[in-house]
Ligand binder design. Sequence first.
Ligand code: PBG
Length: 326
Amino acid sequence: MASFPQIRLRRLRRTEALRSMVRENHIEVRDLIYPIFVVEGKGINEEIVSMPDVFRYSPDNLQPVVEEVAKLKIPAIILFGIPKNKDEFGSSGYDPNGVIQHAIRIIKKTVPELVVITDVCLCEYTSHGHCGVIDHQEVDNDQTLPLLSRMALSHVEAGADMVAPSDMMDGRVKAIRESLDNKGFNHIPIMSYAAKYSSAFYGPFRDAAESTPQFGDRRAYQMDPPNAREALLEVEQDIAEGADIVMVKPAMAYMDIIRRVRDNFNQPIAAYNVSGEYSMVKAAAERGWIDEKRVVLETLTAMKRAGADMILTYHAKDVAKWLKQL
Ligand code: PBG
């Protein structure tokens, strides 16, 4: 291979026009999925303290935000529900008249073209805040599966376009796939939170969704952060069970996992730029320590470079606006 002075890699960096001609990766509006928190009640529109510019909306207040998202050409949203009533089995999560089911019907009526994905997990609906049924102080895998299936089915019956199980029970993709197929919903895709780590970066989300476990933590079902090979096993299992899209979560501290999944599988990959990643950037930007727009675009482009096809991010609306100005 030739070398300096024949090779001067700086030649193609001289101007923006040249740089853009050789740019390898891009973040685009069509890559984005915007998370929305829906709280049961009426007339609610409250900012989440630990997540600046992110709100909890009651179903009757969703119209402006989903219209804005659709107008910005963001293709999809993912919904999280905060119910009034919680119990041991998270039954408000699969109530056909529950907060999410209600929200889906309103959104599909308002902006039918917007892809509505729903988070499927019990933690926001259980009194103990765990992602499954508790038996002898532990989350029981197999007792949880039928409840997750019921929840997924109720979302799809209300009009959801895609379901996204985030509970990390073994076998949940298979259970959900079977129950959707049995009811004639074999065309509805599953985006599985396949490699979901037990992460400290979910802190602000748990404030937002009121889903902090009342005892213990999630380490007995979510993945141990030091593990990478295990992520490939999780992804392999979920694909075998019928996952259409696989997710890596969180994203920033797990770029190597996104890359390894990309190199080993051909399914589309979603990266979840989680609440703690969002709030760190917002806090530093508020203090004037970093340039928010540049940091966000750099980070999300890095997720694409690592191999993600789509990104769930609370920055989605801002990114869509910034990309329009570029
Ligand atoms: C529900 C769920 C969580 C997140 C998405 N779905 C929280 C958790 O597992 O504790 C986190 C999202 C974020 O931090 O932005 N199980």
